[in-house]
Design a binder for this molecule. Sequence first.
Ligand code: C5J
Length: 222
Amino acid sequence: MPKLAAQPQSIDFDIARTALVIIDMQRDFLEPGGFGESLGNDISLLRNAVAPCAVVLEAARAAEMLVIHTREGHLPDLSDAPPSKISRGQPSKRIGDIGPMGRILIRGEPGQDIIPELYPLPNEVVIDKPGKGAFYATEFGDVLKKHAIETLLVCGVTTEVCVHTTVREGNDRGYRCVVLGDCCASYFPEFHEAGLRMVRAQGGIFGWVSNSRQLLTALADV
Ligand code: C5J
């Protein structure tokens, strides 16, 4: 069984019971004119995670690991979007408004899709989620159970929002959640660092933190 170097301690994982989970690497968060930019964020900060994610995605595919992509987004009639989420803040465009990549954060629009660099293969699972966490109001938990998954290798954006929410949800459900730190990013570098520290503090209160290089090393030993 491969051993992944991680903090606060290394962790063994069974490839057949492990899923690579790539959270919300969507055009709406990473490209100009999307949801992330409408909130006033510097979207260039999220690009740091793209190359490491591409490397681990390729390695997971080669190892025949289960790969799951998530996309935050809402139904076109906004029936799954709480008014409190739509009306919050002072964005230049709100969820459902029309932008250069179609309606902001709406399922089926170009902006809601995954960036080309990490585009899912036809056999990979794509979970559309209305919330920040991948478990809430989705089939994610059922997919994990169907594949007898025990360990989640978690990548994506943003570290302190959707990655953290998913890891907290997963941890409470008994999954061993390993955050691959360099495969995650935030519009706030200090939140990214603090988010990783929170996961691994107190003996790994929510899980483990590792990185793309350490995962590649672990998979090379198989
Ligand atoms: C946010 C996410 N930040 N994917 N979504 O609204 O982290």
